[in-house]
Design a protein around this ligand. Structure first.
Ligand SMILES: [Zn+2]
Ligand SMILES: [Zn+2]
Length: 286
């Protein structure tokens, strides 16, 4: 059995020309899952998704048997700060992202939790939980995934304790989960490179956050070293996490149920070589 038979591998896919074109684009790489932005990630405003586009997206994804799809939320949505006007914009923006994901029948909306701008860490964490509670709606189907952060600047979510505290403040616990970004967790300081460090990291995850909140992965190498707290993705095998670290994840049979989505810097043009790199260590016993 090859890599793509065993792993729900995916990549971040462009929606250029129309959201409904992304399933076909993802299929070219042999992916079984993928991630998109449902709107421009650097802008507040978005064109509504038409019923026709949504229908074409859903049928295109079903036809190709994709599963566990992800939308990555806009980078503008900082849930950590609580400043009147901006806070309202974030609330409206997040609600819209959730509704757009539901319209596309996508399982997960992945969001960077936010940063403690103008506040401290514990208030930022409280703001994040409150923001989430204020945006969930009746009949919502998409699950919100908090992405592990690298800890750059004043961002929160770089420790499992912080993520656990955010989840603790969310009322609808069955609608919240975690997306584990390999680059970010490494940059945040966790040793996921050595086999013993990897096992220890997951023990910590399980005892603080809880394994049942783990829903998916962003599979990226890191340009910066462990503990740098700098968020710079690298092509698979070309960074400091390296194939040594990445192979822990793809050879961990307990992770087979999770989508693993590439967000490497060359995007679609780099996926074929990323896949080759993954295949070179897949199935090799440590
Ligand atoms: Zn990510
Ligand atoms: Zn990143």
């Amino acid at each position: 059995m090859g890599l793509l038979d065993e792993i729900i591998l995916g990549g971040h896919i462009s929606t250029a020309g129309g959201i409904y074109l992304s399933p076909e684009r993802a299929a070219q790489f042999g992916f079984r899952s993928f991630q998109i932005f449902s709107k421009n990630q650097m802008q507040w405003k978005a064109k509504p998704i038409t019923a026709d586009d949504a229908e074409k997206f859903v049928s295109g994804s079903r036809k190709r048997k994709f599963s566990k799809l992800m939308v990555h939320a806009s980078y503008l949505l900082n849930m950590g700060s609580k400043d009147g006007d901006l806070s309202q914009k974030v609330k409206d923006g997040l609600k819209e992202e959730l509704k757009r994901a539901d319209l596309l029948q996508i399982e997960y909306l992945v969001i960077h939790p936010g940063s403690a701008t103008g506040t401290n860490e514990s208030s930022a964490i409280r703001n994040i939980s409150e923001m989430i509670n204020s945006t969930f709606y009746d009949g919502m189907k998409v699950m919100l995934l908090l992405e592990t952060s690298a800890g750059q600047g004043s961002t929160v979510g770089h420790s499992f304790q912080q993520l656990a505290a955010m989840i603790d403040g969310v009322s609808e616990k069955n609608m919240i989960g975690v997306c584990f970004d390999t680059c970010h967790v490494f940059a945040a300081g966790y040793d996921i490179k050595s086999p013993s460090g990897y096992a220890e990291t997951f023990d910590q995850f399980d005892s603080t956050v809880g394994r049942h909140y783990l829903k998916g992965f962003h599979l990226n190498d890191s340009k910066k070293d462990r503990g740098s707290r700098v968020d710079r993705h690298e092509q698979i095998g070309k960074g400091l996490l390296g194939l040594e670290g990445i192979s822990n994840f793809i050879n961990d049979k307990s992770l087979r149920e999770f989508p693993m989505v590439l967000e490497t810097p060359s995007g679609e043009s780099g996926y074929p070589s990323d896949i080759k790199a993954l295949e070179s260590v897949f199935g090799k016993v440590q």
